[in-house]
Structures are given as C-alpha cells and as structure tokens.
Ligand binder design. Structure first.
Ligand code: SAH
Length: 345
C-alpha cells in the first residue's frame, strides 16, 4: 500500500484528516486485508475505497514446511513478474520476515539460485513493504485464536531475492516506512540489511540508518576464491570491504554480522578458518564482529555443504581465536525457501 496515494484519494473525496489515521491503524496495526473490513470508516467511504487494493500484488501460492517453522509465498507483481518472500518462526512467538528487494539479482554469486535466473528489475518501496503487510495479514487470518504468544512479525531481514544496495532509493524508502512509528513502527534494531559487500551502500546505511543491522555476505577470506564465487569481489575486493567496515564502525559503533556459508573442501578447511580469523582481526574492533556460519543449502549438483563435524571445527577455531561465532539454523529447505534458494517459480 502506498500511503501517499491513499492520502490523495481521501483529500479528493473531501474526507477529514482523521480518516487517514483510522486507515493507518487498520492496515499497519490490525492487518486488515480489505478496505471493506475497516469498520471504523463510514459505509459510504468503505464503498468508495473498495476498488483500491491494500496489497500491490497477488499471492499466487503459499507453501508451509512440515515443521511449520517456515512458510514461503510466491508473489505475482502487477506486471506478472514473480518474487518470493519467507516467514520464519525459529521459536514460538518469534516471526521473522525475509523480504526480496529485486526481481532476480544481478550479483551472480555461484552458490545462489536467485542469481542464476539473472536480473529483471528493482522492486518499488511499496512492493518491498507489502511483503511485510502480507505476512501480517496472513498471521492474523491463520493464528488469530492464539493470543497467548506474539502473532505479529517482529523481525525483518532483507535476505530474500536481490541486492539491497543496488536498489538504494527504494530500499531506503522502504526502511523509512518500516521504522516510521506512524506506519509499521518496527524498531530499527529489529531490521537487518544483508549485502554481498558494496562499500557505497554500507556507507549510506551508516549515515541514514545507523540503528538498522548490517550483515555482510563474506563467505571467503581469500580474494582469488571470493572473486571466483562472487563476481562483486572483482570490483570491491576484501581490502575495499575492510575499509568500508572500518568506516562503518567509526560512524555507528554497532555490531556487524558476517555471513559465512560453509562449502565442503572449498572454504571450510583449517586454512580457510585461519584466513578468516586473520582477515577479521585485521579489520580491528573484533568485539563488534559476529560470524554466522551457515550450512550451504544445495542449489545444484556442483557444490556440497560441509559436514556437521567440519562446521563445528570451524566454529571452535574461531571461538578459540576470540571471534564470536554461531551456527545458524537454516529453515525451509524442503519448500526451497532457505537462503539462496529463492527463484520466484
Ligand atoms: N544480496 C544480499 C541479500 C540476499 S542473499 C546478500 O548477498 O547478502 C541472503 C543470504 O543468503 C546471503 O548471505 C547469501 O550469501 C546467502 N546465500 C546465498 N545462497 C545460499 C545458499 N545456497 N545457501 C546458504 N546461504 C546462501
């Protein structure tokens, strides 16, 4: 929903200002999915608004994983393009929404399914935040009887399809709306943006949204390997990324999450762990770095996830080197809704 368009419509209809407030409450707080459901509005106005849609897209399909911890929605945009968004509930009352910011992705990382389909277009801020609205409505419809635990999205991650810093204008507009107390009202610290490592974007995030969390998809601490798997490294290598992070720390003094997928015999050996430790130490501010180790979710035949043992060894090595590290549980594999598996099909 584009709140400015709603405002214009109400003005055209000569409605008093408080109608906009009533609509904001109904849509952003209560999660209604249709103007006809907003009973605080007079009947005539509800009728006048009934042609307008709250969501800018249609949801074609919803897939729920067996353990119900993750749910994926296939979204059809107004021009027929498809994207995916995922709702993840690692524990009761905890609802993370993983949103896409582009149709496809231009980054072309070798391990990620999204990039393989190429890049189609940027999403608008409205299309980005509507993914959150959709899950809000979904939770309201499906779990309204369970009032004892939280049934609202409480965490937003830009980790779906696309590279947020290549769509900065729309992404920053969407961030503004997510943390605007008059609209979604999320705490900035409940929102995370993940990047493959674009220095200008890191710098803009620090300047404009210092409280929003930053995650870096590092995956390799060796330039040759990183360039081979992540073409972005040819333009912005590890040294450039280091400088960007040092500046980020200076401006925000906030913790940064380092994402590291473990690929068998590619980046999971003792030597790789040593390189990672060395690189992170060279950035300085080790206490502000936290490594999330992620088991690779298969997206083809070529690459294999590391064994559990390897993942544990890798983690223990980092911990011994005073580097904070956790193994991230990856949910939603059987619905192809885990990190790197979204293709919009
Ligand atoms: N373009 C952004 C955000 C989208 S990807 C970025 O690169 O950060 C979200 C996360 O999923 C990134 O850390 C990405 O590297 C990771 N990812 C991609 N493919 C994956 C796979 N097959 N298995 C596990 N994680 C993957």
């Amino acid at each position: 929903m584009n709140i400015n368009k709603i405002k214009e419509k109400l003005e055209k209809l000569g409605q008093p200002r408080f109608r906009l407030k009533q609509i904001k409450k109904a849509v952003y707080e209560d999660g209604v999915s249709d103007f006809a459901e907003i009973l605080t509005l007079p009947k005539e106005l509800r009728h006048q608004m009934s042609k307008l849609k709250i969501l800018s897209f249609e949801v074609e399909k919803v897939l729920v994983a067996c353990d119900k911890q993750s749910t994926k929605a296939l979204v059809k945009l107004h021009d027929g393009k498809l994207i995916e968004t995922v709702l993840i509930s690692p524990k009761p009352g905890d609802w993370s929404v993983c949103i896409s910011c582009q149709v496809g992705c231009p980054m072309n990382c070798r391990f990620c399914a999204t990039g393989r389909g190429g890049f189609t277009r940027n999403l608008t801020a409205e299309e980005i935040t509507d993914q959150v609205l959709f899950w809000k409505q979904y939770l309201r419809k499906n779990f309204c009887e369970l009032k004892t635990t939280n049934q609202e999205p409480n965490n937003i991650v830009y980790m779906g399809m696309g590279e947020p810093f290549l769509n900065w204008v729309q992404v920053s507009e969407s961030l503004k709306n997510l943390i605007n107390p008059e609209l979604f009202g999320f705490g900035a610290r409940s929102v995370s943006v993940s990047t493959a490592g674009i220095p200008e974007g890191i710098s803009k995030l620090a300047e404009n949204f210092p409280q929003v969390n930053l995650a870096i998809s590092l995956h390799f601490a060796d330039d040759k390997k990183r360039s081979e798997f992540m073409p972005v490294n040819k333009k912005y290598n590890l040294e450039a990324l280091k400088k960007a992070l040092q500046e980020y720390f200076q401006k925000t003094n906030r913790k940064v999450f380092i994402e590291y997928i473990l690929l068998e015999n590619i980046n999971d050996t003792k030597n790789d762990a040593e390189k990672l430790a060395k690189y992170l130490k060279s950035i300085g501010k080790l206490q502000l770095l936290h490594v999330n180790l992620i088991r690779y979710n298969t997206t083809g035949e070529e690459l294999k996830p590391s064994s559990r043992n390897r993942v544990l060894e890798f983690k223990n090595f980092l911990i011994k080197n005073r580097i904070q590290a956790t193994i991230r549980k990856s949910l939603g594999k059987e619905i192809r809704g885990a990190c790197g598996q979204l293709i919009g099909k």
